[in-house]
Design a binder for this molecule. Structure first.
Ligand code: SF4
Ligand code: SF4
Length: 315
């Protein structure tokens, strides 16, 4: 597995990053042991980079997978916390839940604009202190929009940018794929480290994985690409794609490719939280319950985390 040394943070990460959004309550809600098995398989096959978040409910899977693991691992996490103390508690919680001593990258989760960055000044100050003390290795931001990326390009405290990029620009908010590519090029020129999220458009390109990965690679900008995986077989498939560029027949036979969907159960109370949360404009409150626009939905599951009656699920 190819390893890149990120230029600003100095972190050495594998080109394939294990995206754990798929494992927790927002998506498959796997038992801890099952999710851990998939992550452990990735570690055994040479992947050293794991992406998680406070919101993903996957610290339990990561912690279990890392039990007794002696190799180097870089864990990235994220939080929407805005205040100094809130962020400090969040990082401590992440360390404790994953039973690790250091977090490689801690992100401000989904920065949307300069004003948004300013509103998280306290959280950023906390991360600067934690980086100085060696508790985290680098500070990052994740972003769904070019504006979110541009908001941080001149902020010296930010080391890493984690934007959404895929071959059709699926899920990019308030702009086009070209807008996002121009923004990430600026970020690169200003010395930021970059890794990409949602190369498969949240599952929309599930039948075109080699092409989707080739597209990101061809840009020559990203040190790593985060891919969501749920099973050891899916891990094997993705490792093959990254190492060989194709899926060998014996692995392909084991994989059942199913397209995910966001489901709204009849227990929906029409409160509107999901509509307010979704930055893709992919869910609206209808006459009887919330209604999903599947063409726009990137299956992030963030709306499900805000539903008071658990009426939403990505399955
Ligand atoms: S958040 Fe849940 S209960 Fe509220 S409108 Fe959306 S699906 Fe319905
Ligand atoms: S509808 Fe829900 S799962 Fe789909 S993009 Fe919006 S927040 Fe994400």
């Amino acid at each position: 597995m190819k390893i890149s040394k990120m230029s600003k943070s100095g972190l050495e990460v594998t080109e394939l990053c294990y995206g754990t959004l798929t494992l927790g309550v927002l998506q498959a809600n796997l038992p801890t042991e099952d999710g851990a098995k998939a992550i452990r398989k990735a570690l055994e096959l040479g992947v050293n980079f794991i992406d998680t978040a406070q919101r993903y409910d996957s610290y339990r899977h990561v912690g279990e997978a890392l039990k007794g693991w002696k190799g180097d691992v870089i864990v990235a996490s994220k939080s929407f916390e805005k205040t100094y103390d809130g962020m400090k508690n969040t990082v401590i919680e992440a360390l404790q839940m994953m039973n690790i001593e250091r977090i490689g990258i801690f992100h401000l989760h989904l920065i949307t604009s300069k004003q948004d960055l300013q509103s998280r000044e306290g959280a950023l100050k906390c991360l600067v202190d934690l980086r100085r003390d060696g508790v985290i290795g680098a500070i990052g931001v994740s972003a769904h929009s070019a504006e979110g990326v541009m908001a941080v390009v001149d902020c010296d405290d930010i080391d890493v940018v984690f934007p959404i990029v895929n071959m059709k620009g699926f899920g990019i908010v308030s702009g086009t794929l070209d807008d996002m590519l121009n923004a990430v090029k600026v970020a690169k020129s200003k010395g930021k480290d970059l890794y990409a999220m949602k190369p498969l458009g949240g599952g929309h390109f599930i039948r075109q994985i080699p092409e989707a990965i080739s597209f990101i690679r061809s840009l020559g900008i990203f040190d790593s690409i985060s891919v969501g995986m749920k099973t050891p077989d899916e891990v094997e498939m993705n490792v093959s794609i990254f190492e060989k560029g194709y899926v060998p027949e014996e692995i392909a036979r084991k994989i059942k490719i199913t397209k995910k969907r966001l489901i709204v159960y009849d227990s929906c109370k029409r409160c509107g939280n999901c509509e307010e949360t979704c930055d893709q404009g992919a869910i609206k409150v209808g006459e009887k319950k919330a209604v999903v626009d599947h063409e726009k939905c990137i299956l992030c599951g963030y709306c499900a985390s805000q539903c008071p009656v658990f009426a939403l699920r990505v399955i």
